[in-house]
Design a protein around this ligand. Structure first.
Ligand code: SF4
Length: 459
């Protein structure tokens, strides 16, 4: 299948032409993008703050769409797992939803005693013009807790704009807490959402190195921790898009530098620990402890990975994820397993990130920005992949084609970060690729013939 003409400049094949890739622009109307809306982008970032109230101001569908959207675990309160909505109806659209919003906020704060409230503006709120900022101010005065508007009207950009809206909302909390007891060797973890308990593993590595973690932003997040995040010496940012804006704001307002890391794959996980140790080089024992952690974990991990590498060697993988930073780590993780990455894409990558992907991938690899189900289907068919890595919207594409799938998105229940996460990843890829179920599905060589037969039988 040929892609739409207007989409062709968002697809690149490594080594087949000089690198150019159009990206970071609105999705093409009618192309049925895999991307989420602005509201969804902000919701996925703020959702794991577990002791805050999250109220979606809009029709019930927006709240249902993002209800319990991440597998983000909490070690304490679980208020984040409830999806509250003002359930705007036709009359509210005509006469405004401000009274309903005020009443809902006051009732929910009274019932659940949250530490803060986030109020998400959705498409319809942007259209009817409710003054969400003024309502939040009024309720904040009455309730005595921070009530923060999230200006995330779904239509006003792409998912990346939602990340910015979430960062703007968190920036209003930061700076309000007491930082007197924060240690000099301290960090904030940004851009990890504690899927399947991953942030607990990462925190433990840092704590074993002697580094204090002030705030998780936002996995297993707490309002009080975020309010004192400006006391940390360093922001350690994972994921290319979601919290980078917050790191920039904190550098501008509080002089806190940041480094970008990834916790996926052996190389990147080790590098993340070394980069933090390097930042605190006034304390050489931090680097010594980081080396000990990496050595100990690898001694345990590498012999176990050898089995999977032997079995999976030469198999082909395709990747489509939210941000490219995760894609870099996945390319390296598949290499470690002896596998070939034949397609890699993301919803929100930038030109520099795609250029870097083109540099690290093999000739012929398809690199794609903001794709859609038909393009993905044709790429998977063309490359005859053995496994597709993506999220909830990509899973049915893989299963319909009869190929393995690995969920690497926020719905997953398996920890894939950290050293042990690499073993879980290898196990999951292996059990999916080698599953006997694919013998009973239309594999590539049969697909054309079976479709023809279907057409004849139906005619
Ligand atoms: S904010 Fe708009 S685009 Fe997003 S879920 Fe709601 S209606 Fe849909």
């Amino acid at each position: 299948m040929e892609p739409l003409n207007e989409r062709k400049d968002q697809i690149h094949r490594t080594g087949e032409q000089p690198f150019t890739l159009a990206c970071n622009k609105d999705s093409l109307a009618g192309a049925v993008s895999q991307r989420a809306c602005v509201f969804c982008g902000s919701r996925v970032v703020l959702y794991p703050i577990a002791d805050a109230l999250h109220l979606v101001h809009g029709p019930i569908g927006c709240a249902v769409y993002t209800w319990d959207i991440r597998g983000a675990l909490s070690s304490g309160p679980e208020l984040h797992r409830l999806s509250f909505s003002t359930d705007l109806q036709e009359l509210d659209v005509v006469f405004g939803g401000e009274k309903k919003l005020t009443a809902a906020l006051l009732e929910l704060i009274d019932r659940h005693s949250p530490k803060a409230a986030f109020v998400y503006a959705t498409c319809i709120v942007g259209i009817i013009g409710d003054d969400v900022e003024a309502i939040c101010r009024e309720v904040e005065r009455k309730s005595g807790i921070p009530v923060i508007p999230v200006q995330s009207e779904g239509f006003k950009g792409n998912k990346r704009a939602g990340y910015t809206a979430a960062c703007n909302a968190m920036a209003r909390l930061i700076g309000t807490g007491d930082t007197k007891t924060v240690a000099p060797h301290s960090i904030n973890i940004l851009g990890d959402f504690n899927l399947a308990g991953e942030i607990w593993m990462i925190r433990e590595y840092f704590e074993r190195m002697g580094v204090e973690v002030v705030a998780n932003i936002t996995g297993d997040g707490r309002v009080a921790d975020i309010s004192r995040a400006h006391g940390a010496a360093l922001n350690v940012v994972q994921c290319s898009g979601s919290t980078m804006d917050l790191a920039s704001m904190m550098e501008r307002d509080y002089g806190i530098p940041s480094i970008r890391v990834s916790y996926f794959g052996v190389e990147d996980m080790a590098q993340a620990l070394y980069d933090v140790a390097e930042f605190f080089k006034d304390s050489p024992e931090i680097l010594d402890k980081a080396r000990d952690i990496v050595k100990g974990e690898l001694q345990e991990l590498l012999p176990k990975l050898a089995f999977y590498k032997e079995e999976l060697s030469g198999k082909k993988a395709a990747i489509y994820v939210g941000g490219t930073f995760k894609a870099f780590s996945l390319v390296k993780a598949f290499r470690l397993l002896g596998m070939e990455v034949v397609m890699v894409g993301s919803q929100t990558g930038t030109e520099d990130e795609y250029r870097e992907l083109a540099e690290i991938t093999d000739p012929g690899t398809i690199i794609v920005d903001d794709t859609n189900p038909l393009e993905l289907t044709s790429f998977l068919e063309e490359k005859r992949v053995d496994i597709f890595v993506g999220g909830v919207k990509e899973r049915p594409i893989a299963y319909k084609l009869g190929v393995g799938f690995c969920d690497h998105n926020h719905e997953r229940k398996e920890a894939l970060a950290g050293f042990m996460g690499m073993l879980n990843f290898a196990r999951e890829v292996h059990s999916s690729v080698m599953s006997p179920v694919w013998r009973f599905t239309p594999q590539w060589e049969h697909l054309g013939a079976e479709l023809q037969l279907l057409a004849v039988n139906n005619s």
